[in-house]
Design a protein around this ligand. Sequence first.
Ligand SMILES: [Zn+2]
Length: 270
Amino acid sequence: MLKRIWNWIFRFLFGTGSEHPAAPDPSIRPIPAPAGSSKTVVPILVLPQVPDDFQLDTKQEQGGDRYYTSSPWQPDMDALNAAIITAESWLESVVGTKIPWEPIRQVQSERTVAEWREGGVYLVQAEVERLLLRWSDDYVYLAFVRGLGGYAGGIGFEPGNAGFAVVGDVCIEAVCGYPEPTSGSTVLGGGPWPASAWSLAGQTGALVHEVLHGFGLPHPDGWPEGRQPSNERTIMNDWWTFPNYVQSDGLTNIELDALREAIGPYAVRN
Ligand SMILES: [Zn+2]
């Protein structure tokens, strides 16, 4: 299911997501960190086709969503790779096992920016195949997609099928250190976001959050009643406080178990 950043924030502010009590860590069966990871994270930079009259620094609307790209279309690859290394190191320290992240690859999409805004995360597989990479459950793909504004989402792997995730301009621009756009409130969906949502750290948290959806982790309310992690203890809710979490390394035990299971010898593989 597509998940849009603005939908989350509304849910956090007005829905049940913000009402979890600060419960004890709900793990019932901590499992050890596996010796190695059966899965690798593969980041790609997707540059969609743009119409001849496409303008940066212009607010655009499509399907009720608003987009604004304020920095060079071709982002700073060194900065993206630096964030990838930060993400890899942080996850290793939390999980106790290194999950390898490959350096970013770039692909010139055959799809237009309008098609990407329509199709979102489900267009990732075609780009992966265009790069001649393998679509299997050995991989979680993370696509940085130009032109997608504040859009982000992630879909968990299944036996035989890769996990996959997308982040848009908000993530790319913050991670690359480009100045926050003057239309920042537009970019961020108009919601009262925490100040840290636009920052290198906050958006590194966002991309790790999406990748962890690719490993199958849900938001706190995706766990059974009574076993739900409290929001401030997990990157699966409070991604914008990365890398610091209340009484937690950023993943609670129930999430750590699921992630270790996903990367361990227990994982279902073809
Ligand atoms: Zn999410």
